[in-house]
Write a protein that binds this ligand. Sequence first.
Ligand code: SF4
Ligand code: SF4
Length: 110
Amino acid sequence: MPHVVTQACCADASCVHACPVNCIHPTPDEPDFATAEMLYIDPDVCVDCGACVGACPVGAIVPDDRLAPGEQVFLDLNAVLSTPSRPYPPQAPVPPIRRLERGRGPAGEP
Ligand code: SF4
Ligand code: SF4
């Protein structure tokens, strides 16, 4: 019984690093992230922990047994987008933290 990304998703990837099994894709380091209108959850890998739900700023992630009648299509959409399952590391790479300096832009930038 996986969780499902629904239409409200704005593809900001806030949920990606909350997932303990890296089953939300595309992640920001994957080539198709730049053109993705929404992210999706691989139902064969999701362990139903619910960690992604609180990380989503727009409430786009729902357990599949709580989908509204009009949202059932997203159960199929997440599954189709996950086929074939892609190879990926157990945790999505975390981008480096940028150091800010008072009165200036990020380190190394004017
Ligand atoms: S419910 Fe857990 S395992 Fe499934 S996508 Fe969300 S964070 Fe990942
Ligand atoms: S946190 Fe929510 S809105 Fe952002 S990418 Fe994940 S599902 Fe989509």
